[in-house]
Design a protein around this ligand. Sequence first.
Ligand SMILES: NC(=O)c1ccc[n+]([C@@H]2O[C@H](COP(=O)([O-])OP(=O)(O)OC[C@H]3O[C@@H](n4cnc5c(N)ncnc54)[C@H](OP(=O)(O)O)[C@@H]3O)[C@@H](O)[C@H]2O)c1
Length: 322
Amino acid sequence: MHAIRFETTGGPEVLKYVEVDTPTPGPGRILVRHQAIGINFIDTYQRSGLYPMKLPSGLGSEAAGVVEAVGEGVTRFKTGDLAAYAGTPGAYADANAVIADRAVKVPAGIDARTAAAALLKGMTVEFLIRRLHRVEAGETILVHAAAGGVGQIMTQWAKALGAVVIATVGSEEKAMRVRELGADHVILYRDQDVAAEVRRITGGKGVPVAYDSVGKDTFDGTLKSLARRGLFVSFGNASGPPPPVEARQLMLGGSLFFTRPTMGDYQATTAELDASAAALFDIIGSGKVKVEIGQTFALADARKAHEALESRTTIGASLLIP
Ligand SMILES: NC(=O)c1ccc[n+]([C@@H]2O[C@H](COP(=O)([O-])OP(=O)(O)OC[C@H]3O[C@@H](n4cnc5c(N)ncnc54)[C@H](OP(=O)(O)O)[C@@H]3O)[C@@H](O)[C@H]2O)c1
């Protein structure tokens, strides 16, 4: 089979498409023959060295496909099932032997491409808006990079919960897309002052919660957009890591809260994983969240996929197809 490997960290050019042995699933594992592989921004952090990996390394953490073999002791899956996983390394490959307890069955009615495009991004949204903070009907929330993979799902899911969504995007085309998805207010954050716009929209109050996955470039604007006792959810670094947070800044901002969550801690058990995936598949099944697969690339073209993602030209989710 083929897989993407990299021996040194760096730009997209370090990604190599190579032939490797197909793994045999050991005890507790299943071999998933991929039909679609989800591309996530975290893959670029691992490739660049922002999130260190032991090298040489495979890449990717999300895919969906058919269970081809089951290891000893696996009862959760049988061969022929459609499975998906998120958060397990080595997904940029034709197949992967993954821990059965960290994979989920894809329900009838959802295809492998949708599952691979939505699982990691959608389960992230699930914990961010239903558990880390419970978004309430009528609450106004700030969602950065709303036209992206995570952002589109968050915008639609928050709307389904009755929230008022202030979305930020990097282009007019993306602004149009998030309006179609239900965003109530759209800020073009490359041209407009985010905090000033948020204050204007909220009548000076600011938002009770802001979801910031952009990091460095949006940090100040997000901080200044929060209402008294507001919650800053910093969950990504698309523009680079945010600066260190000083306790004093939180006081001056109005007794603010700051959190830096990661999905793994919100699905630490198989029960949490199953509940999160079920909630996601339910809302997709209901039609309230539509998963846009904006771009597909051949697995061999992983380099091009990373170039597209990092140049901010993608909309919605991107897939690699083996
Ligand atoms: N903490 C967690 O557990 C967790 C889990 C999943 C994802 N995440 C984070 O969520 C974010 C979204 O992930 P995704 O895979 O769905 O990616 P994505 O949103 O599809 O792509 C990233 C987007 O960020 C925006 N952006 C702003 N400044 C940028 C810059 N300097 N370079 C590149 N992009 C920039 C771009 O949108 P505009 O053109 O509109 O600015 C770009 O399309 C990432 O930061 C990721 O790390 C965190």
